[in-house]
Design a protein around this ligand. Structure first.
Ligand code: BG6
Length: 493
């Protein structure tokens, strides 16, 4: 669909994200002809910088552009669309100079009054910025659209998430607020909807009658890097599970929406999240949650530090870099079917995948043949080697009925000639076009916190909770195997 003329205002534009992700993504959209005729970017930060210097920094001399994109010829014309406005000592000031600049640019560039604000700043000042913009009438959609894009974390727990939602909604309507979750921008995450709802061979099996359990792994080989300070007060549950993983889970669990519109899909996702059984009993939490922390170890032949030795991390920290959770979904489709989900840093490799484990056929004809049929699996690989794999049994040629496992697979790489858009490109373009399907709604975020909050509380307050150590480069603490029922094991890809 057509992208309306507009101005994109980036708050916190002196930060790393603008240079690393936002501008390179917009540049790619520009090179591929996705941007509207009249389009501009206004970077906003506290410090005084000229338009020229800002253009140099984020476009002309930006490593992330020259490294990845061979489209140099277009850099100069793209740079002319980039502007900068300094705010002053703080973000909490009178925004009239900013409003005047926006109005002037809107006129000269012909942006038709459409404006999108991207907040790439610490969440604690989201509300301040939203109210300062509102004070200047910049959230009013009298001429064109006005949208506000915010990045996670959306709150630190349920209460702060509610406060944040309210603070934003006091100034912008919910339909103007776009909460970015970059996992929703991943092609393979969106493909979950297509796999389930545009094929007649998966959805009929997608329920408790045929599925034995669901397993989701999100592993990274990186450690906390330079983000020790932030990470130590967050931990894996807040950093990955509350947002990215619960988004994936909601797409696996949800019922078919009545149509593919943003509200219909998001309504079903909220329903899905609300059907997760909330665990509050300490014994239940003890049996179903495991946290771990990486120790020093070796990854790809390289010796790496333990978490507690990382800079910015408390040497006595109990913050988890590994979390494994078992839970149930209390609805008609999923009753009694366990979900096993884990996320961790410093694993042997980087991989995110969903494994649907199917039940054994009711009557086992070939049970003496070696491979039993409970190994039927559907594996949805989110990253890397994006694709889908079905594992099923085939007969080994020769006498008798020996069964062996075979794969039916599809990899995105096989779709030659199509470039998979980076998550930020896709999400920015959607927001410019007013499509909120891949953005988290306030009630989704709150429902996700409702599930996570009691786990965090238990981990924080219960004296019996252990943070298990695991050597970097291993698949997490052994105790995590106990979460799984006797006859199954984590699939370590
Ligand atoms: C971010 C987390 O949201 O997602 C990081 O804050 C994590 O800790 C990252 O490394 C993972 O994203 P991806 O796209 O590399 O899987």
């Amino acid at each position: 669909s057509k992208t309306p003329n507009q101005l994109l205002v980036i708050f916190g534009s002196s930060g790393d994200l603008t240079q690393r992700k936002l501008i390179p993504s917009i540049f790619k959209l520009y090179c591929e002809g996705h941007l509207p005729e009249n389009f501009g970017v206004l970077g906003v930060s506290r410090s005084e910088v000229s338009d020229e210097d800002f253009r140099k920094k984020v476009v002309l001399e930006n490593q992330h552009i020259s490294d990845t994109i061979g489209n140099f010829a277009k850099r100069d014309s793209f740079a002319e669309k980039i502007f900068y406005q300094a705010l002053g000592d703080s973000y909490d000031l009178d925004y009239s100079p900013l409003r005047e600049r926006i109005e002037a640019l809107d006129k000269t560039m012909g942006c038709d009054g459409n404006c999108m604000f991207y907040l790439s700043v610490p969440p604690k000042i989201y509300e301040t910025i939203a109210s300062r913009l509102n004070e200047q009438g910049l959230s009013k959609e009298s001429e064109g659209h006005r949208r506000l894009i915010v990045e996670k974390p959306f709150g630190y727990d349920l209460d702060t998430a509610r406060e944040l939602n309210k603070g934003l909604q006091d100034n912008f309507g919910e339909s103007q607020i776009y909460r970015i979750d970059h996992y929703l921008g991943k092609e393979t995450v969106q493909n979950l909807l297509v796999t389930r709802f545009s094929n007649s061979i998966f959805e009929p099996l997608w329920n408790r009658n045929y599925i034995r359990h669901v397993e989701i792994t999100n592993a990274e080989s990186v450690g906390v890097g330079k983000r020790g300070g932030y990470y130590d007060s967050a931990g894996a549950l807040r950093d990955m599970f509350q947002n990215h993983l619960l988004q994936i889970i909601s797409l696996v669990v949800m019922e078919p929406p009545i149509d593919a519109k943003a509200e219909s899909i998001r309504n079903e996702k909220v329903k899905a999240l609300k059907s997760l059984r909330i665990m509050t009993d300490p014994d239940i939490l003890h049996q179903n949650t495991i946290r771990g922390q990486y120790l020093s170890g070796e990854i790809d032949g390289e010796q790496v530090l333990g978490y507690r030795e990382e800079s910015g991390v408390d040497p006595n920290s109990t913050t988890e870099t590994y979390a494994a959770i078992k839970f149930f979904v209390d609805n008609w489709r999923w009753a009694d079917i366990p979900f096993y989900v884990r996320t961790a840093k410093r694993m042997p490799t980087k991989v995110t995948e969903i494994v649907i484990h199917f039940k054994t056929p009711h009557h086992q004809l070939f049970k003496d043949s070696g491979v039993d049929s409970k190994d039927n699996k559907l594996i949805i690989r989110i990253q890397p080697n994006e694709g889908i794999l079905v594992k099923f049994g085939v007969k080994v040629p020769g006498q008798g009925f020996k069964v062996e496992r075979a794969n039916l697979d599809f990899y995105y790489d096989d779709l030659k000639g199509t470039r998979v858009m980076d998550a930020y490109e896709r999400l920015l373009l959607d927001a410019m076009q007013g499509d909120a399907t891949l953005y988290a709604r306030a009630d989704e975020v709150e429902a996700a916190w409702e599930f996570v909050d009691p786990i965090l509380n238990y981990w924080k307050t219960d004296k019996n909770v252990v943070t298990y150590g695991y050597s970097a480069g291993m698949w997490g603490p052994n105790n995590a195997d106990e979460l799984l029922e006797g006859d199954s094991y984590w699939r370590n890809p």
